[in-house]
Design a protein around this ligand. Sequence first.
Ligand code: NAP
Length: 309
Amino acid sequence: MENTQTEKLIIVGSGPAGLTAAIYAARGNLSPLVISGREAGGQLMLTTDVDDFPGFEEGIQGPDLMARMRKQAERFGTRFINEDVVSVDLKIKPFVIKTESLILYSDSLILATGASAMWLGLPSEKRLIGKGISSCAVCDGFFFKDKRIMVVGGGDTAMREAQHLSKYGKTVTVVHRRDSLRAQPALQELVKSKENVSFIWDSVIEEVLGEDKVTGVKLKNIKTGQISQVEIEGLFIAIGHKPNTDFLKGQLKLDERGYIAVNDETKTSVDGVFFAGDVADKRYKQAVTAAGTGTKAALDVEEYLEKLR
Ligand code: NAP
């Protein structure tokens, strides 16, 4: 369906970055339209207790935090479309945004589609995400105090996760599919120096065990074919993140890993198109930092639209 009205601002994505941008833009009278996506709320929807978001001294559940942010954005007049964006045309103005059922036009855009953690793709993994399986040690590590934890991956992310988790876990076992790590040497040394961290090489997870919560994993040594079982309570998948930018290919500059290339502050390579949050963040990836760039993007849009007048 075509809606011929041109919006002042469309925000794509509804995690902390997109919703914070919406709160600021709505309060700035831009009447933003948020395309919230089918995975509305972003990665915090996969997290249980959030203890590091300022303002919630007792902690808050990830989905509750996102519901509150959405209500706050609605309170100031933000409108929502609960669909995914299928494609965009950023080569013409106003920009064209196609969702699953709509064609929309907008003078400006904030891209806040985030990055999704890559998962192993096992059915048992899917069932236990949030029930002992996580992809964020900073978010969930605390809940595995004195527990047996496993980390999958051999890159910098896996080493950072293992380093962080070594502060909590009784044991932290890193499982890697090869016999050498890809991570930078300094990080490798740091992790290897931790007394409670050990490594299992040349191995992959065949199955995560447990009905309602993780109780262990079935491992396969890919050199010998040997199957073994290890009891654990926590499993952290750290095999990389993938920015959600497939729909942007050919429309604006992406870096070699698919993240939006940053021009200046929240500007992208296309005038009038801004970004917020993990879609351009290779380093921090925190709800608070995402919210922070959401604020910046909304203020940058305000200035951009002001100049257009
Ligand atoms: P990465 O470097 O791509 O490493 C991913 C790791 O996961 C690799 O060891 C890979 O194994 C393994 N892996 C991938 N798919 C797998 C699968 N299906 N099953 C089992 N293992 C799998 O990703 P990353 O660690 O997230 O790092 C991404 C980028 O961010 C890198 O450029 C890194 O330097 C940067 N980074 C930097 C820091 C820092 O502190 N400076 C922290 C985090 C990330 P193989 O080794 O066999 O391919």
